[in-house]
Design a protein around this ligand. Structure first.
Ligand SMILES: O=C(O)C1=C[C@@H](OP(=O)(O)O)[C@@H](O)[C@H](O)C1
Ligand SMILES: C=C(OP(=O)(O)O)C(=O)O
Length: 440
């Protein structure tokens, strides 16, 4: 989060990736579990909670808003819900750290409260667009003021009563959809959201699990205000987006054979799988099951030569956080890979198209950037220095690239990996990565 010492990595090819591992809990599910458990009547237990800075930022905010949350063991939270109208004002700004999900979902949820609040974030979050939630929430009657140009910090003034809207989104964003649905809990009438492409549906699924009447199908959701949430236990699956780094690394490193245990397989998250398979990857889904209402499976990945493809636009929203590591797979594949329809990557924790293109070029790759994607020409990479720009997924993607590089890759500004994947270095090292932290 903001203010932490800068850290770099030195990464180089290690051993083939072998064995079994379990990546930490899903970030999207962890944020939502704390939010809904806090607003529920009764005591909820969350297991598999992500002990990463993003999810902990949300947890800390709800504590400040008057919710008692105990942490009896790693990954476990006992949340004593205060009821749908039980939050109380907190003095000073509520710090969302690096988490866009926290800020956008809270903008919706706090719009429905009878008190004023302020949301702030770190340097990266302070550059991310909030107009996409401010504008529809204003149509519902919310009063949100941004510091300027739709950027954080956001000051949310109480409004007398929110009115439901029917909203047709022009960007595929689960955060925008969720902000509107959470405001809709407090609105008069029926709130409806239509999306240009279906996005992750955790808010909808979890509202249903906490007993709020909601109708949803891919690309559409509708609910009415005026109900109550009932405490529920949440078992958070392992985060597919964290597993993705190992799926690509094991595909790339000869001799690898790795099993990733109990990975969340919500179809709105697994778009990378058909794309990697179309590139030649050997990934098997074993022991399919269900955990906390979400599909899960063990993923067994073995080394296989990859070749370039045109990434179908239809998969973009379902793999939106996996593009940094997909760029790495493409740079080490045979032939070229084209990514289109992914302009959203430019407004994540960094401009992920520019960050990946610049870093891959520093390692000798040819990458042609376009406004909404890139053409990545595959080949061999060499050692060099890259800057993650403080973006956790860019940092981990380059650690993956280094496993197939002749020479050392120095990766700058990696402390934010702890936002989504605490313990990445240790887990990656156990699996066979050559990776060491070094003070910058
Ligand atoms: O709703 C969520 O939990 C998220 C939605 C996505 O963002 P957008 O809604 O901005 O696409 C994703 O990139 C982010 O990591 C988590
Ligand atoms: C975009 C991401 O998260 P957020 O928007 O919550 O910062 C991410 O984790 O890749």
């Amino acid at each position: 989060m903001s203010g932490e010492a800068r850290l770099d990595w030195r990464a180089r090819g290690g051993a083939p990736l072998r064995g079994e591992l379990r990546v930490p809990g899903d970030k999207s599910v962890s944020h939502r579990a704390v939010m809904l458990a806090s607003l529920a009547d009764g005591v909820s237990r969350i297991e598999g909670f992500l002990e990463g800075q993003d999810a902990r930022a949300t947890e800390a905010i709800f504590r400040r808003l008057g919710v008692r949350i105990e942490a009896p063991a790693e990954g476990v939270r006992i949340v004593r819900g205060v009821g749908i109208d039980g939050l109380r004002a907190a003095p000073g700004a509520l710090d969302c750290g690096n988490a866009g999900t926290a800020m956008r979902l809270l903008a919706g949820l706090l719009s429905g409260q009878a008190f004023e609040s302020e949301l702030c974030g770190d340097v990266s979050l302070s550059k991310r667009p909030m107009g996409r939630v401010i504008e529809p929430l204003a149509r519902m009657g919310a009063h949100i003021h941004s510091a300027g140009g739709g950027l954080p910090p956001l000051r949310i003034h109480p409004s007398n009563e929110l009115q439901a809207i029917e909203f047709t989104a022009d960007i595929a964003s689960a955060q925008v959809k969720s902000a509107i649905l959470l405001a809709g809990l407090y609105a008069q009438g029926e709130t409806v959201v239509h999306e240009p492409q279906p996005t992750r549906d955790y808010t909808e699924r979890m509202l249903a699990a906490f007993g709020w009447p909601i109708e949803f199908a891919p690309g559409h959701a509708r609910l009415r205000g005026g109900h109550r949430l009932h405490a529920a236990d949440v078992a958070v699956p392992a985060d597919f987006s964290s597993a993705a780094f190992f799926l690509v690394a094991a595909s790339l490193v000869p001799g690898s054979d790795l099993v990733l245990r109990r990975v969340g397989m919500n179809p709105r998250r697994t778009g990378l799988l058909p794309v990697l398979r179309a590139m030649g990857a050997d990934i098997a889904e074993e022991n399919p099951g269900e955990q906390g209402g979400e599909p899960v499976a063990d993923l067994r990945v073995r080394h296989a030569p990859l070749h370039g493809i045109e990434v179908p636009r239809a998969h973009v929203a379902d793999m939106i956080d996996e593009f940094p590591v997909l760029f790495v797979a493409a740079a080490l594949a045979e032939g070229s890979t084209r990514v289109q329809g992914a302009a959203e990557l430019r407004v994540k924790e960094s401009d992920r198209i520019a960050a990946m293109a610049t870093g891959l070029r520093a390692l000798g790759a040819r990458v042609d950037e376009t406004p909404d994607g890139a053409v990545i020409h595959g080949g061999a990479l060499q050692g060099g220095s890259v800057d993650s720009l403080g973006d956790h997924r860019v940092a981990m993607a380059f650690a993956v690239a280094a496993q197939r590089v002749a020479g050392e890759v120095r990766i700058g500004d990696v402390a934010n990996v702890a936002t989504s994947f605490p313990g990445f270095e240790a887990l990656a090292g156990e699996a066979g990565f050559g990776l060491a932290a070094t003070p910058a």
